[in-house]
Design a protein around this ligand. Sequence first.
Ligand code: GLN
Length: 401
Amino acid sequence: LLDADGTTRATVFAEMSALAARTGALNLGQGFPDVDGPPSVARAAQDAIAAGVNQYPPGPGIPELRQAVAAHQERRYGLVLDPDREVLVTTGATEALAAAVLALAGPGDEVLTLEPFYDSYAAVIALAGATHTTAALRATPGGFRLDEDALRGAFSDRTRLVLVNTPHNPTGAVLTRAELEVVARLATEHDALVVTDEVYEHLVFDDAVHVPVATLPGMAERTLTISSAGKTFSFTGWKIGWVSGPAHLVEAVRTVKQFLTYVSGAPFQPAVALALGLETGDGPDATWVRDLAASLAARRDLLCTGLEAAGFEVARPQGTYFVVADAAALLDSGRAGADVPDGATLCRRLPGLAGVVAVPVSAFVHAGSAADAALRTSVRFTFVKREPVLREAVERLTAWG
Ligand code: GLN
């Protein structure tokens, strides 16, 4: 986790947000919304603080939130969970991922992820002392897809965990049922457990459908499902997440989690319980999440069209906050300067060139991997910003590109 010279390193998101703050560039790097979540949910947290919900909550999370998670999984996906033994509240999805990997993998084990992968995966696999293996996604004109041969080739008899992410950060791919069936079959054949990061479960566009891994035949018994309130309800700073699955696996995660943070977010837990139930009522925020997904789809269109006009090649995302754009043609044309060979260099220059910040896709790959080579000139932009911000970014990029 340290650089080769032993110095510590900020995450690419922190580095790029600092660059945006320093240069005044528009920040399409780190994925966080510039509009907060449902007002009724924010009020519920304020009310909880005023009512004195300010001390340690119970270790597994407050019962009403665990019940709300279980009810959500059943209502949405037909997954029946015991809220007392099969649901655990965590400090965001980040802690759920860390505790799950630390609980289930160790030295000698391989943890298999798709590549590119969300940056914390590599870090927690390293913290667990396990080996990180990857299966590169394949770029197609319609977006990124699972590569069955790459996935099969990445499995071994030491594969202990498969860490899936759908909808996928950074590519915006929403894995299809058929793709997930391939993952499920290979995981079962190799007797591997599955940890699935579904934090963007509600942020899918067009006719894409989110399929939870745990709903595939035979998979519930070997799958831990992780999600959080950050993306679904636009409260990324609250850090309320959860993990659900078989009691013995959830218990293992809780054993680790209790020594990471123990508990967190007391007044936010009842607010998120309320948020998860909004769609079942007829209050003013009942359609909030659906409306967010629809507006994100429109903002995706705005940004993708603009990026294409500016000279990027865009892999159209079906979900999430993000689009991966290939700058190869722009770099070849010399418009970024003669000494800009890749996306990482471009991202450091982009504030000066165009007044926009993006994140290099190199932050989501292993240096030297096949995915690294394929994505060397690619950068990630977020479209979870207000339309005027996106329009301004597109204008600046088009004026430059
Ligand atoms: N998940 C967000 C992203 O991918 C950032 C979260 C973070 O900064 N760790 O941009």
